[in-house]
Design a protein around this ligand. Sequence first.
Ligand SMILES: NC(=O)c1ccc[n+]([C@@H]2O[C@H](COP(=O)([O-])OP(=O)(O)OC[C@H]3O[C@@H](n4cnc5c(N)ncnc54)[C@H](OP(=O)(O)O)[C@@H]3O)[C@@H](O)[C@H]2O)c1
Length: 280
Amino acid sequence: MVRRHDGKVAIITGASSGIGEACAKAFARSGMSVLMTARRGERLNAIASEIQANGGRAEVLVADAADRALAGRLLDAAESHFGRFDIVLANAGYGFDRPMHLMSEEELRTIFEVNFFASTDLVTHAARRLIAAKRPGHLIMTSSCLSKFSMPSFGAYAATKAAQESVCRAMRFELAPHGIEVASVHPVTTSSEFFSTSAARSGTRSAPLTDHAPKWIIQSPDRVARAILRCIERPRSEVWTSRIVQGASALFTLCPWILDAVLRREAATRCSRTTAATRE
Ligand SMILES: NC(=O)c1ccc[n+]([C@@H]2O[C@H](COP(=O)([O-])OP(=O)(O)OC[C@H]3O[C@@H](n4cnc5c(N)ncnc54)[C@H](OP(=O)(O)O)[C@@H]3O)[C@@H](O)[C@H]2O)c1
């Protein structure tokens, strides 16, 4: 049974597809009003219409996460449409599939701008407003399992996700006295547009991870959304959607030589996949 969250208001970034879209629909089904943002307005409007047709409340703000004024605009929009906000899910982000030495400085700065600075800016602005209004709230960032261990060709992406996790961990204890919860979400391979977007942005020719990853590791955006909803109901510092990968990441921290062996193999496999794709 879906627990009800009537009267609560959630702001969700990256809501035009994948995990953000699934969260917008799941949150709305539970009774929350949702303010959704991303760049693709048509997609957002279609999702908002679906939510409204099912009796929910949804509003849209079309924007680029890299817009430095966005955090304030989003909080203002939530307050003007719904009178308040209770939950902020900073979820917008993208992957970039290229070795560090082949990335330009601009590519590196842009991925930090979208994945790290935009999400940090939003939750810190939200925290200030909640504290000023003496209201509780829940601030959540979609990080990744890669916040715990990097991967060849995903070093920059993993760095943005590790930075998000660090910020969330500190904020969780900074904001606890104000009744504000903070959590980071650590999805594993999720069947969304993430891998095609990452390949398109980075010009990768190898097959997306979802084509060759073991089936047991691939999850639906809905599964991630359900885990985030459970965290809103029973707050915790980290949301994991795979106990196996969570356990593996703990093992990698304890025994980094095991991680080295795994990554050596991954680098070799990626190299042969890229060579095969280049031949096709
Ligand atoms: N899929 C996975 O395997 C996986 C695993 C771990 C973590 N994650 C994280 O989960 C989050 C959601 O990813 P997803 O899997 O749902 O992928 P997705 O389907 O590609 O969704 C990404 C969302 O972020 C938005 N976005 C990207 N760049 C943006 C920008 N510059 N400005 C505004 N919005 C932007 C996209 O909207 P527009 O393109 O419309 O702007 C889209 O709504 C990301 O932070 C990702 O790092 C994903």
